[in-house]
Design a protein around this ligand. Sequence first.
Ligand code: NAD
Length: 454
Amino acid sequence: MNLSTTVNADERINPLDVARTQFDQAVPFLGDVFDTPGMEELLFEPERSVVVHLPVLMDDGHIQIFTGFRVLHDHSRGPGKGGIRYFPTVDRDEVTALATWMTWKCALVDIPFGGAKGGISCDARSLSRREKARLTRRFITALGDNIGPYTDIPAPDMYTDEQTMAWVYDTYTMTHPGTNNLPVVTGKPLNLGGSVGRSTATAQGGVYVLAHFIELGGLPDMETLEGATVAIQGFGNAGRHAAHLLSDAGCVIVAVSDSKGGIYDPNGLDINRVMTHKDETGSVIDFVGVKQLDPGEVLEVPCDVLVPAAMENTLTRDNVDAVDTKVVLELANGPTTPEADAALDARGIPVLPDILANAGGVTVSYFEWVQNLDNEQWEEHVVQEKLRNKMHRATEQVVTKRAALRDAIDRYREEWADAHPDDGQVETPTLRTAAYVVAIGRCALATQQRGIWP
Ligand code: NAD
């Protein structure tokens, strides 16, 4: 199966256009921040884009050339931070969009990193383990000093995992001997400087955000997660752990999917058995006794919480009207197009945006980096308490910022309507726009405080 065509077979929405639209939607609310002409472009444009061509000796003896990318978007608040993905759709625009999202995400949860991202255009599922190791080592060697413990720190993303990060570390440290290089990459195995709680962090952070959003009264129909029905698209690191953690929190997981298809049972799936089935067969499909779904159908099943946890642009204008949920928890990066976002907002369905909902991963990556710098290993309860605090604080700041923006807009709207009786409505800011306003504001302030070199 061609992974690049499993979603949006009829449209390829450029993630960088989505990232720009999201940025532009926040700009009108940033007032003084863009006082200096050119500041807007400075904050949106990437600082550095590296493209490398990677010859790899394949198991059958032929040489294949892969193309890899690393983009450092912004380092105003600290070194670049962002995952490496191996996926057919990877190109410069996709990696740049993902790098901008990392900048806003790190700023929103207030960790001292900027944004970066990397990737190689390939179908990772067709590579053997040895081919994947050679590809990774060649990539890291080619990147050279474009990554480093104090400059740009990779992590896992789609179709890369802790084993991949172990190869990243080994390659970097073999070429930079004589110093502690553990902080050059996060998401490493526990035995090799990884942090307790990193593998579940993205999903766990999302669960903390969702639960706290409910506590703050964000979903008037829901007082607790207990009994809430959940549908999850994607059953990798983010989706699989979300299924497990939400099930532990008392939710009923009614549907899950992966790239091959989905499964649905309105009475709830036995998630432990689904995990075993996935491990044994490579997919959730063909799990017995439940309804089988096409990959996209999981987004349309009736549920209280919809969790896109696969890839970008899965909620689009073509399927958004069929969405039947009370809230969207974006564990994937960029799963909702601006048109789908507007449609969900018009229907009163809040979207907990990716830069908040999936920020648990980079937050525990930051904890791993701190532990590596100190040669320390924190206990699980320490990691969880720090993670929960970070996610709760960021959720409160987004909710508070949206309320403040809405108040301001309501006042402004009356003045506007009086002055322009025939013009359209002023747009009401969403949770995403509020999150962007907080995050961009922090990066802009850091940039102003540092000044423009020289
Ligand atoms: P992964 O490689 O572990 O899993 C990806 C999953 O998506 C797999 O189950 C795959 O089968 C599924 N998938 C692929 N194409 C699909 C399709 N067309 N329909 C349905 N499912 C499909 O990747 P991951 O790390 O879980 O990342 C998933 C998303 O979460 C990505 O958008 C990633 O950027 C984001 N994310 C991941 C992390 C992290 O720590 N891993 C952190 C933040 C955000």
